[in-house]
Design a protein around this ligand. Structure first.
Ligand code: NI
Length: 406
């Protein structure tokens, strides 16, 4: 035992290994950034990932779905299975950044940082493939397609069996709300379930000069939108968290015509399963009451999005130790939960795990635009932190029990 322990301690640290790959990882990220692809259409991206992984040697590669890639790294000793996930898809946004690695595909952009996620996981795979002798168990690298578009790629990969035998799963999001150099970890509820609704209010159209002969659905829709604000402010326990947003409203064609119907759509976000069930009932009660009060009718449909991301307490404790050891205790922060959705939750249905945030903001350099913004960018030093954390996590989880015994 002392021999292998001293062998480990005389080797490069995960931070040193990540630093050695700095330019390579940034190069991968910029290549992916220049060639973004939309959800479920990541053909070139998946091929690039596959070919790059193949060049490392020692990995067992697989294409579980058309545009996803899984790499298995079997340590020379038996042990547990750690899955690490990166998503790979881009968004339908016209990039406005003036950088030499800007998107070459007009109208498609890596505006959420998934290019960085993919590059970080490639960096970790390259390093860990050289450290097989130290690994007790398996590291499974999950390169996932289509995080941005419901029903999401994670569910498909899980159905294809990529989580079979996995003991713990981790994944990270490069995170603009947090400064570069910090890493946010949190036990329990981290990201919300992003459900959606479609509502049509039906009335009776007519001449705008004779409103008494119509059922004015524009006036009714305005009341509905206003009254829906009561759900969160008056209907939900203030200690709980929820969002109800009307994000689309469409109706009418002319100055002098009252339309016969108005369409509304939007999103409902919650963490809590009971609240997720309850809000649609409060929602429909308001729509029904307001519509009836004014002689209108409605059709209403709710569709479920991803499950909320809920981190496992033990996995979170493990990742806190990993982050503190890799980057120093000062880097570690409590993550602030987000009402955004993430289909990482599909992997968490199959194994306990931890999703966490890697700070990528840099005020001084103007890297401040939010996710999904046309000028979104990353402080690329964050990539190095991510690579170091993934390496440290794999070495710690697959160390044959030495760390836990120490
Ligand atoms: Ni994202």
């Amino acid at each position: 035992m002392s021999a292998s322990l001293s062998a480990r301690t005389t080797q490069l640290s995960p931070v040193q290994r990540a630093a050695a790959l700095r330019d390579t990882v940034i190069g991968w990220r910029r290549h992916l950034h220049m060639h973004p692809e939309l959800s479920f259409h990541e053909e070139r991206t998946a091929q690039f990932v596959y070919d790059t992984l193949a060049s490392f040697g020692g990995l067992e590669l697989e294409r579980p779905t058309k545009t996803s890639v899984v790499a298995r790294l079997h340590g020379v000793h038996p042990g547990p299975v750690l899955a690490v996930r990166a998503d790979m898809d881009a968004l339908p946004i016209l990039e406005r950044n003036e950088v030499d690695y800007a998107s070459r595909t007009p109208g498609v952009m890596h505006a959420c940082g998934h290019d960085g996620h993919t590059a970080m996981l490639l960096g970790a795979a390259k390093t860990l493939a050289q450290l097989r002798e130290q690994l007790h168990g398996e590291v499974r690298f999950l390169f996932q397609h289509a995080e941005e578009l419901f029903p999401g790629g994670a569910e498909e990969m899980v159905a294809a069996g990529v989580m079979d035998g996995v003991d713990m799963v981790i994944g990270a999001h490069l995170w603009l709300p947090m400064p570069v150099g910090t890493v946010g970890v949190l036990a329990g509820r981290l990201m919300a379930s992003p459900d959606v609704f479609d509502l049509v209010i039906h009335g009776r159209g007519g001449h705008a000069a004779a409103p008494h002969e119509t059922v004015d659905v524009i006036a009714v829709a305005a009341q509905v939108v206003t009254n829906l604000q009561h759900i969160v402010s008056r209907g939900v326990d203030p200690i709980d968290r929820a969002v109800v947003s009307v994000t689309r409203i469409a109706g009418g064609t002319a100055y002098n015509v009252l339309p016969g119907s108005v369409e509304l759509a939007g999103t409902i976000r919650t963490f809590d399963a009971a609240l997720r069930e309850e809000i649609p009932q409060l929602f429909e009660r308001i729509v029904r009451g307001v519509s009836e009060a004014h002689g209108a009718s409605y059709t209403l449909r709710f569709d479920r999005g991803y499950r909320p991301v809920v981190n496992d307490a033990a996995a979170v404790e493990f990742m806190r130790r990993v982050v503190a050891r890799a980057l120093g205790p000062d880097a570690l922060a409590d993550a602030r939960p987000s009402m955004g959705g993430e289909d990482f939750s599909a992997f968490l249905q199959r194994a306990p795990g931890c999703f966490f945030f890697i700070g990528a903001r840099n005020e001084a350099r103007g890297i401040v635009h939010p996710h999904h913004h046309e000028r979104f960018d990353l402080d690329e030093r964050a990539l190095e932190s991510g690579v170091a954390i993934f390496i440290e996590a794999a070495l710690a989880y697959l160390d044959g029990g030495r760390t836990h015994a120490a």
